[in-house]
Design a protein around this ligand. Structure first.
Ligand code: SF4
Ligand code: SF4
Length: 468
């Protein structure tokens, strides 16, 4: 890393920059941008809107202009940096591999440091998310209020959209009430009389990391994941984790992200008791692998963060690495003489979540290997399968129009596959793809990879037809 003082001296007579100190750390890096524009066609926002302001080149140029005192941070500049999915598609197509996501996070962090963070945002990241009990209580209240039907009625007559289009979009994404939260459902399932994890003690032990998206909105996914891990012969302990902190990090709130990381390390205790910590949320598994970097300067927690990082696996990464895929073809069940449900033939396609795929965890072949091993399934690749779907955490809620334009493109490619099921490994992507299919009138189901595994190779329930 270059000494900032040295850089300032090297620039001779130029007056001291009013840019945030932290920008200096990335100065040499942004200087490598040649403005070639290779990042332009790669950017999902540019593809959807044609706006140069969305492209990495524009962001990197503005960042450099601030360091070199040609530009001040302002709300208009903030808008440019707010419009980024942090998908890294630009970095992937850039010869010097300019890390636009780091540039964007740095800007968001510095802007909030200078102009302050909203009260609500601070409370959510620093008070609510580290306390899952509080969060669960709030979610239950929100669902109970929705159950009254008042919100849906207001939405139907356009009142919600009139008040705030972002709220309209948020309601559209989580339209179905999920019933009991995942944590309550799994509490019944996993507690043995001694409070131990399910499965015998000599089984390899897996910690199941519960993502907020599955806990609060898509609990059936988490149930399927735990069932599959148990079918594969692992003893599963449901972890008492809180939010992984990726949302806070994406907002440039590094302090809250570090706070959530430390809180999770405290809650997890000694992770050495697990063979692996598994999540079927690509965003969570990806961000947990970043804890060591996030806490690198923290002598109390960095070693534990590194240990955690070494044990975290995405669901498909873990199953492809450690699971017996024959179980999904009925091995084991068939050996006991049970009749296996024959799956209906279907065509399936896979959407790579940004934080799971090539540009973050590089988990690309594993889900495809699993899908190809499932009986009755034809895997058909989707064009631009690893292009962001436009959900990107809260991006879809905060920028509903641009997000919808990104989603439209994804939905067209989905339609072209002719698949009846799109599989992915992220709750945000699942909700977004479902929305895209609904809007386009596509008869396509959206499943997590653990759900499609859960359905495969099952013994036939008594009195049922042998196909499904
Ligand atoms: S960010 Fe990379 S790809 Fe984009 S203009 Fe700069 S050098 Fe070229
Ligand atoms: S990270 Fe993604 S959305 Fe952001 S500028 Fe790069 S390609 Fe565009």
């Amino acid at each position: 890393m270059v000494d900032p003082g040295q850089k300032a001296r090297g620039r001779g007579t130029r007056r001291r920059s009013a840019a945030p100190e932290e920008f200096q750390d990335l100065y040499d890096h942004v200087l490598t941008c040649s403005k070639c524009g290779f990042c332009q066609p790669a950017c999902p926002l540019f593809r959807a809107t044609g706006r140069e302001g969305h492209v990495a080149r524009s962001k990197v140029t503005l960042y450099r202009d601030i360091i070199e005192d040609r530009l001040q941070m302002s709300p208009a500049v903030k808008d440019v940096f707010a419009n980024c999915l942090l998908c890294r598609a630009c970095t992937d197509s850039c010869v010097p591999a300019v890390k636009t996501d780091e540039v964007v996070i740095s800007f968001r962090h510095a802007y909030a440091e200078r102009f302050g963070r909203g009260f609500l945002q601070r409370r959510v990241f620093r008070t609510l998310l580290p306390r899952p009990r509080l969060m669960r209580g709030l979610v239950r209240i929100v669902w109970a209020f929705r159950k009254t039907g008042l919100i849906e009625a207001a939405r139907r007559v356009g009142l919600v959209g009139l008040l705030n289009p972002k709220l309209e979009r948020a309601l559209e994404l989580g339209a179905e009430k999920p019933g009991p939260l995942l944590r309550s459902r799994l509490a019944k399932r996993t507690r043995s009389p001694k409070g131990e994890a399910t499965g015998s003690n000599d089984r390899p032990k897996v910690g199941y990391w519960m993502s907020c998206g599955y806990n609060y909105v898509l609990p059936e996914v988490g149930e399927a994941t735990v069932r599959v891990l148990e079918r594969l012969g692992f003893a599963v302990e449901v972890l008492d984790n809180c939010c992984c902190g990726l949302a806070a990090y994406g907002y440039g709130d590094r302090e809250s992200a570090a706070l959530l990381a430390r809180e999770n390390l405290r809650r997890l205790g000694d992770v050495g008791r697990f063979d692996a910590i598994v999540s079927e949320c690509g965003s969570c598994s990806g961000h947990l692998k970043e804890y060591a970097r996030l806490l690198a300067g923290d002598p109390e927690w960095s070693a534990r963060a590194q240990e955690l990082q070494g044990r975290v696996r995405s669901f498909s990464e873990f199953v492809a690495e450690r699971g017996d895929l024959g179980v999904f073809r009925g091995n084991g069940a068939a050996e006991t003489g049970a009749e296996i449900v024959s799956p209906a033939e279907c065509t399936v396609t896979f959407h790579d979540p940004c934080h799971l795929g090539r540009r973050y965890q590089n988990v690309v072949d594993q889900p495809r290997r699993i899908l190809s091993s499932l009986p009755g399934i034809t895997l058909r690749e989707m064009e631009e399968s690893d292009s962001c779907c436009g959900a990107a955490g809260t991006y879809g809620v905060l920028h509903p129009e641009t997000s919808a334009a990104v989603l439209d493109r994804k939905t067209c490619f989905l339609r072209d596959t002719g698949a009846s099921i799109v599989v992915t490994e992220c709750p945000s992507c699942m909700m977004q793809l479902k929305l895209g299919a609904q809007r386009a009138g596509l008869p396509v189901s959206v499943l997590n990879i653990s759900q499609i595994c859960d359905r495969a190779g099952q013994p036939k329930p008594p009195g049922q037809d042998a196909t499904h």
